[in-house]
Design a protein around this ligand. Structure first.
Ligand SMILES: [Mg+2]
Length: 243
């Protein structure tokens, strides 16, 4: 015979246990997420080294020179046009191809990324050991061509820290933040986007990654984007706060 008093008591007990485990699980959620973080994806320039490096300035100057020559304008005019039009695209190359019928991407890469460009990046002896201390597979996702990534990673002596580098040719010359680029990289890594974190110094590239289901962190060395609304770190060394 069922003892109604005991049954009621039993149901209460089960409810209590369920509530207990739910509360316990909620408390564990951040740890659970830690277990689900399975890959770190880094932008290269101004992310893996400080934005104070002079290389970017020189790269942009060469982009402006190339644009001026292509459009048949002076450099100042090319700068103004590029500043207005390029933000609609992932890269300057993509803009020139889309709006000016440009096709010789290899000539562009040769001019914009000459051998020796990496001389303006400083070797940081702490970077390699820091990357080694992060116990997750690491990847690079850059809008630059592979030869640039190779030079910079070698200069920083961190080439061997990464399982793979995804460059702009991998993205069929349509780089971040294009959906095709982000999805292609995530598919090649072979993990659910939400199990990965991507870090970049450009807010719209970080948002492009988040829009495809991943986690994103802005690396804002100079505090240029206080209104980004994105999780933000000043240098890559602060990444551990999010792991
Ligand atoms: Mg960058």
């Amino acid at each position: 015979m069922v003892n109604l008093f005991n049954l009621t008591e039993e149901v209460s007990y089960v409810k209590y246990r369920v509530g207990y485990w739910r509360a316990f699980h909620n408390r564990l959620a951040p740890w659970y997420e830690l277990f689900m973080l399975r890959a770190l994806i880094f932008d290269l320039d101004n992310t893996l080294y400080p934005a104070s490096a002079a290389m970017e300035e020189h790269t942009i100057a060469r982009m402006n020179e190339y644009t001026a020559r292509l459009l048949g304008t002076g450099v100042d005019e090319a700068i103004a046009i590029r500043r207005e039009r390029m933000p609609r695209y992932g890269t300057t190359l993509e803009w020139l191809m889309a709006e000016h019928g440009f096709t010789d991407s290899e000539d562009y890469f040769t001019y914009v990324h000459p051998a020796g460009e990496e001389d303006l990046v400083e070797f940081d002896p702490a970077l390699g050991p820091f990357l080694d201390s992060l116990p997750l597979p690491k990847f690079v996702f850059t809008n630059a061509p592979m030869e640039h990534a190779d030079r910079v990673l070698e200069k920083l002596r961190i080439t061997d820290k990464f399982q793979r580098v995804f460059d702009v040719r991998f993205c069929n010359l349509k780089g971040k933040p294009a959906t095709t680029a982000v999805d292609g990289v995530i598919a090649a890594i072979g993990l659910p986007a939400e199990d990965t974190i991507f870090m970049d110094d450009i807010p719209r590239y970080v948002r492009g990654f988040i829009d495809r289901g991943g986690r994103g962190i802005l690396v804002d060395h100079f505090g240029k984007h206080p209104e980004s609304g994105l999780p933000t770190i000043k240098t890559i060394y602060e990444l551990t706060a999010y792991l």
